[in-house]
Write a protein that binds this ligand. Structure first.
Ligand SMILES: [Zn+2]
Length: 378
């Protein structure tokens, strides 16, 4: 039986598992919920396929889980995060449901369906004795991606360095399910300015305004945006001052930077670190740095996309496209270790991080088959 036919038959079982997993809330910062989620995945992995499970205990956020199937020399890494942006009890307010061919619920698109696709793809290969003998398939699940992967980054990088290929189970690009062949990198900074406070009516000339000072930098930073080369610099928040009639002695701004190459990330970083006060008597401190390196499109990562496109044409006579995004994922950390990485292999749908979030049910067997065939052919 063809994998695709089998995975179509498995759809009711897939949906039942998806319902269970979506209805277990798993916010990044809720340890006991993360434990429940992890226990559920371990149960499902053992029930469906076996393999070897290693659990990395984590004192702060959810544990990471590494599931290995096969014993071949070539390691293929699959990466997913089970944490969602949704708070506790979100699934009670709006539990998993299906309507008009779409499935809804907290984290269904980002990215509980993607994780299950990987599990079902491996299960299908195993069922038909098609697990590649020369490969070890490694599925790494993490629980803190939505807050920047503070405790899983090192584990991701350790696995990435051992892998020959990596597939990221994040949502694809809506609305057509395009895969992601590159992602911008991101840097985050805080600019703190201090001046001298004074009564705005009585002693205005004795004050030095931190707000006036920070506005020069805000203008300068925004002028660094260059859409042509993919660089954006955004001052997202400003705070400062204590009252209308006081010359402000303090102001602060938070800055988000997105770039398409590591070289550009470093160039902007140098600029940020060399900012100097404009008004005499003010002090300026810049904190922060490069957060996620860019996932750059390489010849080898593009070859993975070309393989995925070929598989879609052969298996379902349908076309597949690729795009890039300014959004970041764990794919950024993995790709920066030099492993060819293809991202956006999760379920097709739309509206990540919104209550409107959904996936297309009819596409699940196709996307799962694509993943299984990639594991065979890569
Ligand atoms: Zn995600």
């Amino acid at each position: 039986m063809a994998l695709y036919t089998y995975l179509q038959e498995q759809l009711p079982s897939f949906m039942q598992h998806l319902e269970e997993s979506v209805n277990i809330d798993s916010p990044s910062k809720h340890k006991s919920q993360s434990e429940k989620m992890i226990a559920w995945y371990i149960k499902v992995m053992h029930k469906l396929t076996g393999g070897r499970v290693h659990r990395y205990t984590n004192p702060t956020y959810g544990d990471q889980l590494r599931w290995e199937v096969g014993t071949g020399r070539k390691r293929i890494l699959l990466v997913g995060h089970y944490d969602t942006v949704w708070p506790l009890q979100e699934s009670i307010k709006r539990p998993f449901r299906c309507q008009d061919g779409k499935a809804y619920g907290p984290g269904v698109y980002d990215m509980k369906a993607g994780i299950l696709q990987a599990i079902f793809a491996i299960q299908a290969l195993s069922r038909f004795n098609r697990l590649p003998k020369d490969k070890t398939i490694v599925l790494l699940l993490t629980g803190d991606e939505e807050i920047g992967s503070p405790t899983s980054r090192l584990i991701l990088e350790e696995e990435a360095k051992k892998a020959e290929v990596a597939f990221i189970l994040e949502p694809p690009v809506a609305p057509h399910g395009a895969l992601k062949t590159w992602r911008k990198g991101s840097s985050q900074y805080t600019i703190q300015v201090s001046g001298v406070s004074a009564h705005a009516g009585v002693d205005h000339d004795k004050g030095i305004s931190a707000i006036q000072e920070i506005t020069y930098h805000i203008q300068h930073l925004h002028s660094l945006t260059n859409y042509a080369n993919g660089t954006t610099v955004n001052v997202g928040t400003i705070t400062g001052g204590v009252g209308r009639n006081v010359v402000a002695d303090y102001a602060e701004a938070e800055v988000d930077v997105r770039v398409q190459s590591q070289e550009e990330a470093e160039r902007i970083h140098q600029l940020m670190m060399s900012l100097q006060p404009v008004l005499p008597g003010t002090k300026l401190v810049v904190k922060g740095g490069i957060n996620r390196p860019p996932m750059e499109k390489t010849e080898k990562s593009y070859a993975l996309f070309a393989l995925a496109k070929y598989i879609c044409e052969q298996e379902f006579s349908c076309s597949l496209t690729e795009e890039g995004t300014g959004g970041v994922s764990d794919g950024n950390f993995v790709a920066a270790c030099g492993v060819p990485t293809l991202d956006g292999l999760g379920a097709s749908g739309d509206y990540a991080h919104s209550p409107r979030e959904f996936i297309w049910v009819k596409d699940i067997p196709k996307r799962t088959t694509l993943l299984a065939r990639l594991l065979e052919e890569c």
